[in-house]
Design a protein around this ligand. Structure first.
Ligand code: EPS
Length: 405
């Protein structure tokens, strides 16, 4: 059989690839309701649900310089309600709860003067009310605690497969970090964790903190840019067959859906508009000595594609960047309209953050991990982690056998 035919036969005859596991999750809960809930379906049996690991992501999400008073009240820790036996997933839906200490939704004040930038006005119109309270309760970024818990489970799964996902801050209020394009997951994570704004650039971090302090003095708020890099994804995860399954679709949708996010780019992103193709596309090399790596020995001299070509991973780190607008609740208020009297008034003030970009970088890390895990399981799905691992190893070894010939 010619080599290419053997290769394609090998790629299509594996039993494991026929087992599909659909990973998905839903969230429920209001900012000042009784609890936040997350329900995850499609986690294979046999994944150790390390609660400390999930709680660490929740702790990071609560932190970061510029956070407001709510985080001093809450200590987000998951309570796993189902899908786990003796700390290990059993294949059934995993339900997790995060109790709200600041549970007061029934008595919380009405909000009649919408805060421009928040969901307040549009939600009040949509739900035919002049009280924005109910809409802001669900629109609040507190919901991202649920998404963080789900994404941390996905990160645990990916870790077992040799994939590490690291999110960090690359800019706040116009202060730009300079981050090494070739930094490893370990180096990025360690540098990020030593910064109060989760920024791996030790020179930029204090300047970002100064910018947040100045915004606080001005009763203002600041936005910024977060970045997520995923290391160790083998080439060929994702799809170009249906637009819904392209990794770009999923990553941009998931990251762009984070509260207050206004733009997402992959790799060079919008920068692609400024330079010719010779400075955009990543030239290839192959090193037979590196066939055992997750990239199968193929490398690029640059990674402006952000690890994704045609909806699929290409073996280079996946790079997603996204912009968060400044928090819409300003201490100084903004001009608004009282929805009861229709007279001009300043917007209502609800306790809030000055800058939540560090926290948002944690959310971006988790939702990116979830989408990568979703696509990963579509390629290598199985009922058990053992089946998933076997499917991935089979795929990689079919390639390696051919590439070593
Ligand atoms: C948040 C909790 C909220 C806000 C913040 C995010 O708590 P509270 O409203 O009780 O202060 O601090 O939400 C927003 C500012 C927003 O715009 O969504 C959290 O846990 O992340």
């Amino acid at each position: 059989m010619p080599q290419s035919a053997a290769w394609s036969a090998g790629l299509t005859s594996g039993a494991y690839n026929r087992v599909m596991t659909f990973l998905d999750y839903r969230t429920a809960g209001e900012s000042h309701g009784q609890a936040l809930i997350v329900l995850i379906e499609g986690v294979p049996a046999g994944l150790a649900l390390d609660e400390a690991f999930i709680n660490d992501a929740l702790r990071r999400r609560q932190g970061g310089f510029g956070r407001g008073g709510r985080q001093k009240i809450e200590k987000d820790e998951i309570n796993i309600l189902s899908g786990v036996r003796a700390g290990v997933s059993i294949g059934s839906p995993i339900a997790m709860q995060l109790a709200n200490k600041d549970w007061r939704i029934d008595t919380a004040s009405a909000v009649n003067r919408p805060r421009p930038g928040h969901a307040d006005f549009a939600g009040a119109m949509k739900y035919e009310t002049d009280d924005c309270r109910s809409i802001l309760e669900r629109a609040s970024a507190r919901e991202t605690a649920s998404r963080t818990a789900a994404g941390a489970v996905a990160r645990l799964l990916l870790r077992e497969m040799g994939v590490e996902v690291v999110g960090f801050v690359s800019s706040i209020g116009g202060v730009e970090a300079s981050i090494d394009a070739s930094a490893t997951a370990e180096a990025l994570g360690a540098q990020r964790d030593s910064s109060d704004v989760y920024c791996p650039d030790a020179d930029a971090s204090p300047r970002m903190i100064d910018a947040i302090k100045a915004a606080k003095r001005d009763k203002d708020t600041l936005g910024g840019i977060v970045e997520v890099r995923a290391f160790g994804m083998p080439p060929g995860v994702g799809s170009c067959m249906r637009w819904q399954d392209r990794l770009e679709t999923r990553l941009m949708g998931a990251v762009g859906s984070i509260q207050a996010f206004k733009g997402v780019e992959i790799g060079l992103g919008f920068g692609c508009s400024r330079v010719p193709g010779s400075q955009v596309h990543d030239e290839m090399d192959f090193d037979p000595a590196r066939v055992n790596e997750s990239s199968l020995g193929f490398s690029r001299r640059s990674n402006r594609a952000g690890g994704i070509e045609g909806g699929m991973t290409n073996g280079m780190p996946v790079i997603v960047r996204a912009v968060m607008k400044p928090i819409s609740t300003l201490l100084r208020g903004l001009d608004s309209v009282n929805l009861q009297t229709l007279s001009p008034e300043r917007s209502d003030y609800e306790r809030s953050d000055i800058c939540a970009v560090p926290a948002a970088s944690v959310v971006a890390e988790q939702v990116t991990a979830f989408e990568l895990a979703r696509s990963f399981l579509e390629k290598f799905g199985g009922d058990t982690m053992g089946e998933v691992r076997a499917a991935m190893n089979r795929y990689l070894s079919v390639h390696r056998d051919r590439l070593r010939d």
